[in-house]
Design a binder for this molecule. Structure first.
Ligand SMILES: *Cc1c(COP(=O)(O)O)cnc(C)c1O
Length: 769
């Protein structure tokens, strides 16, 4: 996290918000990114603001164009954009609502609704509902039910009462001759996701008409497609006298609207000067709202919410967990009522990359942008399922768990359970703590270190002797794969890269620790962030140990040993210039970027002809990882990423200089990252010889591999010398694929090989690097 900015915000904010420890800096669709580049699936949608998703270029373009024409224009004069929005609102809102007061937030819409209701009826009373939420200004707050919000600010406005929700008898008792209006939400969102019954809403509308009170429906959260129709009241067949809108109205730009029905307008009491707002109806917000409504219609987001919502609810209802009391909601406004307080589960979700909301003390609320993809929704639901299920059967050490598939060995159970704990980069802490528990049960000394690595040792205290370090990693790439065993194959994300190897390390070291005292200390590290270019976990231990031998936990297959990884350099480039006509002579930003890539490619080709021969490991391998362009009529912009695989002993500074020169010539802005030098050892080091003997002793023929990727071997290799290899069970061609799985025979075979190797090298006390 950009600690500094977090601290600054923390220091200077009012302090009224309970915050989560994430600093969100960017969004696209239903994905949010924090300052470290970690992604989250957004199931908050800014409390229901981001129905059309984040990073919408249509909204950016509408805002940019309107900002250049006119930003501010009070409603005391007419304005073209505002006129178009008012007309549009009349078309899309339920029949009978044809006049609008524009404002800047939900609270203001409710506030306005109360004033209009009092004016129109000449009465003062407001009837609201138990668990209702309508905002936080003094008037709106009076109707909000939650005591913690209200009581510190008493006295609030008089003549506001709260009646039971979904209870017509209570309504009949509450609505009197003095009631100006009844205000309800059709789905109480903040109050716990309670859905109003159709008879209730219709009965309430009839009661209001009968007794001369107005019906205010607060669709601030349920509006704009959220519940499966553009407005939830369409599903109830009722026409409110006043409809309050805000949140998603302008795609994220602050805006609210009070929609006024005929009973209000025909009262003849809404006169000049009755209400007003400086910013209300400003052209900037109006332009954003028009663009938002276009998107909602064109992408049929209400229908999408209905379909995805029904699917999500069905999936959630299928989860077997004593923690879940009830699943409720409409469309993509979903509440999961728990038997416990929701806060820890929200934190667990956040740690696993899902941002969700509470709705009261024990309801988990999912409120994703309506554009969320089915895959992302599935991923979020998988994680919700994992968190809610895991919680009902707290993680237990393997010795204590009942093994369901008869005869399964604890070594397999350990890996299987590791696979069920999601651990994306920077979200490894649940897995780390689980492994500490497991390792302690297995007789190892284990803890989580200051960078978040899992560390387990055969010795309680550091000794004079140099240790043997087994360095695996806990993090995986994204993409959930349901954990299952089919015949000999165990499926799950990380089975190969690299929970299989890490689990094999733990099991082999546990066997050694039980069998023989007096060996060199052996330390297993499950590092964090190996997949994240930063390799923070491995960097955190470089200084801590000076091992006599190191095995890196990466899949090589149980009969092969990896002795080399190529180096890496990433280049992020950006070309931005004023838009030019495509028929003109100037090169476009796309052409400039493409020419740069072409130079990179040709340069590598020539270099390889001179140096590499036909060996892929010795070759300079650039690849164009991504390229995107955009233009808004004023500026065009092309961004690209190039990734290099670098051979051993390659002059990286010279390459960087060359690239910088080319970039400079064409006015391309480039940045380097992820730099690692290649690392290669030989087949004759003691560790490699120990592997040869161990693999042979199992009857197999050992082989050696050089890999074109990078691993933590690149990070520790330059500091820890040459007695390093990478080893682990699994077929590395399954890394990062949706089909990731490991053969259990091979996995247990690798544990045997490792045990043999550790006996050999940990006994060679004199071996130094
Ligand atoms: C969010 C919300 C409000 C308040 O809106 P703000 O824009 O935060 O003032 C009022 N009513 C409901 C139902 C809401 O969800």
């Amino acid at each position: 996290m950009g600690t500094n900015l977090v601290e600054i915000e923390h220091q200077y904010t009012s302090g009224v918000y309970g915050k989560r420890p994430v600093e969100i800096v960017r969004g696209q669709g239903a994905t949010l990114w924090d300052a470290d580049g970690r992604s989250y699936i957004d199931c908050m949608a800014g409390h229901g603001v981001a129905n059309i998703g984040h990073g919408r270029t249509e909204i950016a373009a509408a805002l940019a164009a309107q900002a250049q024409r006119l930003i501010t224009c009070p409603e005391v004069v007419y304005n073209d954009v505002r006129a178009r929005l008012l007309q549009r609102l009349a078309q899309i809102t339920p029949e009978g609502l044809n006049n609008f007061f524009l404002c800047n937030s939900g609270t203001e819409a409710v506030e306005g609704a109360f004033k209009f209701a009092r004016l129109a009826t000449g009465r003062t009373g407001i009837v609201a509902t138990l668990r209702g939420f309508h905002g936080r200004s003094m008037g709106a707050l009076s109707a909000t039910w939650e005591k913690h919000y209200r009581e510190p600010f008493a006295p609030l406005i008089p003549n506001v009462s709260h009646m039971r929700y979904n209870d017509l008898t209570a309504a009949a008792n509450a609505i009197s001759e003095d009631t100006a209006a009844v205000i309800i939400e059709l789905i109480q969102a903040e109050g716990g996701v309670h859905v109003a019954q159709e008879e209730y809403v219709q009965g309430l509308a009839a009661l209001c008409r009968e007794r001369g009170a107005l019906l205010i429906i607060d669709e601030i959260q349920t509006g704009f497609g959220r519940t499966g129709t553009l407005f939830a009241c369409e599903q109830y067949g009722v026409q409110p006298d006043i409809l309050c809108l805000a949140k998603s109205l302008a795609g994220g730009v602050p805006m609210g609207a009070v929609c006024l029905g005929t009973r209000v307008m025909e009262s003849g009491r809404i006169g000049k000067g009755a209400h007003g707002s400086t910013f209300g109806g400003n052209p900037l917000a109006c332009a954003a709202a028009l663009a938002t409504l276009d998107i909602l219609e064109q992408e049929e987001l209400a229908t999408r919410a209905a379909e995805l919502g029904a699917y999500a609810q069905q999936r959630l209802r299928a989860i077997q967990s004593p923690l879940i009391r009830e699943v409720r909601g409409r469309g993509l406004l979903i509440g999961i009522e728990l038997t416990k307080r929701v806060q820890p589960y929200l934190e667990a979700l956040c740690e696993r990359g899902v941002l969700a909301l509470p709705a009261g003390a024990n309801v988990l609320r999912l409120l994703p942008p309506l554009v969320i993809s089915r895959e992302q929704l599935d991923q979020a639901l998988d994680i919700v399922q994992e968190v809610l299920r895991g919680a009902s059967e707290p993680l237990q050490p393997i010795n204590a768990i009942t093994i369901h598939n008869d005869g399964a060995r604890p070594e397999i159970t350990l890996l299987q359970r590791m696979l069920t704990i999601a651990s994306l980069s920077r979200q490894e802490s649940s897995l780390a703590h689980f492994l500490v528990e497991q390792a302690q049960q297995l007789g190892l000394h284990a803890y989580v270190d200051e960078v978040g690595n899992f560390v387990a040792s055969t010795h309680a205290e550091p000794t004079e002797q140099a240790p043997v370090v087994l360095l695996g990693h806990m993090d995986t790439v994204p993409g959930n794969i349901p954990v299952r065993i089919e015949d000999d194959l165990l499926y799950g994300r990380g089975a190969v890269d690299a929970k299989g190897p890490l689990s094999a390390f733990i099991c082999a070291v546990a066997r050694i620790a039980q069998q023989s005292a007096g060996l060199q200390p052996i330390i297993v590290v499950g590092a964090v962030e190996e997949e994240a270019a930063t390799s923070r976990g491995a960097r955190g231990i470089i200084q801590r140990y000076q091992p006599s031998a190191c095995i890196i936990g990466e899949p090589s297959s149980s009969r092969a040993v990896t002795i080399g990884y190529k180096g890496r350099l990433l280049i992020n480039g950006c070309v931005a210039q004023q838009s030019s006509h495509s028929a003109g002579p100037a090169r476009s930003s796309n052409e400039i970027a493409a020419a740069f890539w072409e130079r990179v490619r040709r340069h590598a080709e020539e270099w390889n002809q001179q140096h590499a021969g036909s060996s892929a490991f010795a070759a300079l391998q650039p690849s164009l990882r991504s390229i995107q362009s955009s233009h808004n009529g004023l500026e065009e912009r092309t961004s690209f990423t190039i990734g290099y695989r670098l051979p051993p002993a390659f002059e990286i500074p010279a390459l960087r200089e060359q690239l910088q020169r080319w970039a400079y010539e064409d006015d391309i802005h480039i940045q380097f990252s992820g730099e690692e030098v290649a690392y290669q050892t030989t087949r004759t080091i003691p560790l490699a010889r120990a592997f040869i003997a161990a693999i042979r002793s199992t009857g197999a023929q050992p082989t050696f591999k050089n890999k074109t990727g990078t691993s933590d071997m690149n990070v520790v290799g330059p500091h820890w010398g040459q007695n390093i290899v990478a080893y682990g069970p699994g077929d590395s061609s399954l890394d990062h694929t949706p089909n990731e799985h490991i053969s259990l025979t091979e996995y247990t075979h690798a544990i045997d090989v490792l045990e043999h190797v550790l006996h050999t090298i940990a006994a060679q006390r004199e071996t130094a690097l």
